[in-house]
Write a protein that binds this ligand. Sequence first.
Ligand SMILES: *Cc1c(COP(=O)(O)O)cnc(C)c1O
Length: 427
Amino acid sequence: MNHTQSGNLLERASRVIPGGVNSPVRAFRSVGGAPFFTKRAEGAHLHTADGDQLIDFVCTWGPAIHGHNDPDVQAAVAQALQNGTSFGTPNPFEVEMAELLVQIVPSVEKVRMCNSGTEATMSAIRLARGFTGRDKIIKFAGCYHGHVDSLLVKAGSGALTLGNPDSAGVPGSFAAETIVLDYNDTAAIEETFHRQGDQIAAIIVEPYPANCGFILPDDGYLEFLRAITTKHGSLLIFDEVMTGFRLALGGVQERIGITPDMTAMGKIIGGGLPVGAFGGRSDIMDHLAPDGPVYQAGTLSGNPLAMAAGIAALRKLLQTNPYPLFEKLGETIQSALLGAAKAKGLPLQVPQVGSMFALFFSEDRVRNLDDATGSETQHFNKLFRYALEAGVYLPPSAYETCFLCTAHDGEDIDRAAEILSDGIAAI
Ligand SMILES: *Cc1c(COP(=O)(O)O)cnc(C)c1O
């Protein structure tokens, strides 16, 4: 591959943007090599500034569930654009969006829109504290909830990739309000609630953690979180920014039949435009201003273009029900990867649910952050570079999840399975 154009852009970017990127993981620091720049994306493919075409398993980190530049989403945005880009008053789109979210997501009785997943978790936590009158939050090592100060403690995603799961610039006094426990460890939760259950406002959890690879709960673990929070008057917040509308229309909560008190959403509900939302029980949501004492706001919240894009994406999910297809595509990729690793004699775990999967080069099932960081990330990095040269874009970190979209169906999935198998053989 010739990377001249991307190289030139990176050089210019590095002079005026820290690290040359607007989100750290894009810099490819953990997998090595220089990032490519994308000038166009269509279906399952990225078209780079250097003229290459890549089969994309990042899907803009989740939102592009119908593939890039989906014609229905594109048409909805184009139509909304005729009427202006932002009004600063209530608009009809945001009512339709809220009605859809209430209809689709089991825990959501009322919902407020914001502009990113980070804002969604930040606001959900403030509301949980305001509602319960308590300060402490429990989060799990390796879970990522955006770059909220008090949640950037043992965080996953780019923070983990770059080796600083505990960010500089977060006051110790903020972090002290966050209790970090291991995912899948029930004894630690029990002990914490026994000691200070009356101070804990909420547990926030990615029900299936997907920012330190992809980790699945032990049997009964999420049921346990539901029960113990209820018992102690704490709230259970599911961060479904990534899993929502992806692992089932109503997210993990629909899939497993557990209803949290609040849910953070984002990614897919913006159809590729910047968006977030948080919702939950009415009695909790009514504590938000202007009805209640918990302040939360946004100049561009409920933006008509973002709402139009998100509504089109959600309506298309309702109409097409792609979830059975995703189970099939996911299993195709999973079995190709496992088969190749077996032939090569490499230990490999491929946790997969529907359109999400990850690779851990390790002997045993990965149950928590320590297991994830104990896997052989150099193997992943080699596979990443092999795949990229051959035309397949995996997430540029061993600790990120791979995403499928409906546009992967057919030739792309077969070709990608072949390239990834060859890549494993070449490790
Ligand atoms: C992506 C993500 C966020 C943050 O969303 P942004 O829009 O990047 O701020 C929060 N939680 C989870 C689980 C995510 O995957």
